[in-house]
Write a protein that binds this ligand. Sequence first.
Ligand code: ZN
Length: 261
Amino acid sequence: MWSRDLPSEASSVTVIKDASDRYFASFVVEVNPVLLPDNGRSIGIDLGITDFATFDTGEKIKSPKPLKRRLKKLRKAQRKLSCTNKGSKRRERARKRVAKVHAKIYDVRKDFLHKLSTRIIRENQTIVLEDLAVSNMVKNRKLSRAISDLGWRSFRTMLEAKSAMYGRDFRVISRWEPTSQRCSCCGEIGGKKELLVREWTCLFCDAIHDRDINAAVNIEVAGGLPETINGRGGSRKTTTKVAASCEASTISLVKQLSLFH
Ligand SMILES: [Zn+2]
């Protein structure tokens, strides 16, 4: 039974069984990018822990709630597993239980990330994200749990792949850009702000900022857009990297398709 037609003849099929006994069929197919009409809109996205994403428009996206609830379930199942004896039937049952909760969490997160990335790609021609250097942040143990649960990396991969697929411009700005420190109204850079500081007032122009919205606006500006609200974007030197363009190679498109299963 097909839930979706393949865009072309598959050159190979792989069947995978995961730890919770679910079967997946993976196809390799060649596709041409389906270009969406350029609507001239752009978006700056700040990824965070309090909110999963904040847009430069001020919109904030929360992580899906079921995730938090299931994480408790997962910890309980893992505790049970650690109490069983090696090679026992109880251990096998406990192992399956852990795998099942894992699979469910993975599905909920993937669904959330797919829906959000699709919406962003549909609504915007240019998508600007900050290079997060997730591996560095994951070394910080306090942050690590939260970050690996959020799926920032998968989100970036999805945005990159879908941008290539639909002819959108996906840009990543350097993580050395002072997006949290710079005032998006006057452009002055204030001091370093701890993660706990959610709102601050610019000492130069008295503007009151929500930390994440201000960062998202700076991310959008740093994306090197020709016209910005305050006109700073054109002259500012930025280190932009166009990570994907519409001339995507077959190889990357094959990689993308595996995301759409
Ligand atoms: Zn200011």
